[in-house]
Design a protein. Sequence first.
Length: 418
Amino acid sequence: MTIPARIARELRERITAGELSAGDRLESTRVLARQMGVSRGSVVAAYEQLVGEGYLDTTHGGTRVSAASAPRPRPTAPTPVPKHLRPGLPDGHGLTTTLWRSSWRAAAADPQAHPVPGSHRLRSQLAEHLRLTRSVVVDEESLLVTAGVRDGLTLLLQALDPAGTVAVEDPGLPTLRRVPAALGRRVVPVSSDEEGIRIADLERLKPQVVIVMPNHQYPLGTQMAFQRRLELLEWARDNGAFLVEDDYDSELRRAHPALVALDPGLDRVAMLGSFAKTLSPALGLGYLIAPEALRERVFALATPVSGIVQDAMAEFLAHDGLRRHTARMRREYRRRQRLFREVFPAGHAMDGGLHAVIEVADEAKVVRRARARGFGVEGLGQYWSSATRDGIVLGLGSEANERLRSMLVRLREVIEEG
């Protein structure tokens, strides 16, 4: 193949693959010749060939890809979900404190890398935080710093037999179903009653892993009864199964001690935690308490988390920043719960204040219309394995009080349109 023919083929492939789109300007013949290490005449011959084939146009502004060549359109980014009233977003304005800023300045002034399992100082602070807030007595050697709940869950499942079945609460967070499914695991939903996840269903399904949110079954906010927790632990021990506890937003609400606190030997229970709801999902920081039998494999699979993020969080914890911030936000979220009930007396504001549920007659229609008006509400049905009731889930965390009231009134008008 001649040099002009090779150049023409490469450009033709780039155009048909969509790397070059209609109207894109090509390098001048002199520049391209120098880049490719060939004579300018070879490039001129290639361009002329592609002009004759209709791939290129020669204009006063240079040589451009022809519209007639109809390359594949470039993929467009998905439409982002509106932020207004979107569930799961905390109020980030409360973090603009002197301590928060100074913690980050100190971490950035002396950046350090911390290998797995993470910063010794941060893990020590986390162990004390869990003892005080979640009644969990654990030494720092049992803690792994992660990039969040998804990261911790992925590590746990990768450390287990890939043939095992994973059971998830129904209803529950879609993320807790998607992660094991993406790893090729068989995922089965398990229904709950007023006491919590049904043990009889677990007896029938015999899963290897059970993912639960005992202190906040999302999105309805129910807590697992103490007796059901004991029964669940007994079932796990009798069947050699592992329980994975997602301790979702427990610091923001009146919660029972963590499930892992009932398993002091760390025999059957793993605990996932993060700061996404108490501080900000932008941190990308979490922690994992792994069962003793899985710890070595989990740690071997883990990758280090940003040292600056770890050091900033350790500094913030050491000066009592998290406890004070959480207490402040609990008071603020309680005010937002009251405000929500004023606008939606029949709605259900969850203890903790980050989200609420409103039952509606036509879920799909209301969600579609609300999204068109800039609201990031979600359909209640997406949290069930099969639709059982119509409603919407909305967030109360990211809007200041007066703005929140205005947003809620506007949302009520959208719902009342019928």
